[in-house]
Design a protein around this ligand. Structure first.
Ligand code: GAR
Length: 187
């Protein structure tokens, strides 16, 4: 059984899809939700689904043990970032080599890097008059949105799109593919 920790900062719609996808799986389960923001929607989802949570303290995450011993105590094998807005510290990457993945709401290497999250990404895609956007699922390394790409899917950007309408289309892609790709990684 692969024990998954989902790291998220926001509403947690991807976290919910992943939790549901593995609820009855013999291969993997979401054992822990890790969040850096008190009051984030993902914490309510964890409570509803009766999944343990850790609320990160910035000092301990970036200058302490990066919660490696807490994650090991939960037997975590795979870390899944789903709308997690803090950079992953080197200590955590060293503790989980090749075992941390992220989803980004654009076609990397375009529209990635510091400050490129959520609606900022979609606004930039629209401002550059891109005809298509999409999602990228990739391994996490020490640079923002940089590690090896596992999977990409594309969708059109329509002339009338706003960041909100594009976000909706992107979220649909994410919800379809993220649980499936994780399923392949744990099989
Ligand atoms: C998702 O669209 C994810 O790709 C994005 O945040 C959203 C979280 O939505 N992540 C980034 O922008 C990371 N740079 P959710 O909380 O509903 O899953």
């Amino acid at each position: 059984m692969t024990h998954i920790a989902i790291f998220a900062s926001g509403a947690g719609s991807n976290a919910l899809k992943i939790i549901e996808a593995f609820a009855h799986s013999p291969r993997a389960k979401v054992s822990l939700i890790v969040c850096n923001k008190a009051g984030a929607g993902v914490l309510q989802i964890a409570e509803n689904k009766q999944i343990a949570t850790i609320l990160l303290d910035k000092e301990q995450f970036f200058r302490g043990n990066a919660y490696t011993s807490e994650l090991k105590a939960f037997s975590i094998d795979l870390i899944v970032l789903a709308g997690f807005l803090w950079k992953v510290p080197p200590a955590l990457i060293r503790a989980y080599p090749g075992k941390i993945i992220n989803i980004h709401p654009a076609l990397l290497p375009k529209y990635g890097g510091r400050g490129m999250y959520g609606h900022h990404v979609h606004q930039a895609v629209i401002d550059h008059k891109e005809k298509e956007s999409g999602i990228t699922i990739h391994y996490v390394d020490e640079l923002y949105d940089h590690g090896n790409i596992i999977f990409q899917a594309r969708c059109p950007v329509l002339p009338e799109d706003t960041p909100e309408t594009l976000a909706k289309r992107i979220h649909q892609l994410e919800h379809t593919h993220y649980p499936r790709v994780i399923g392949e990684l744990v099989s």
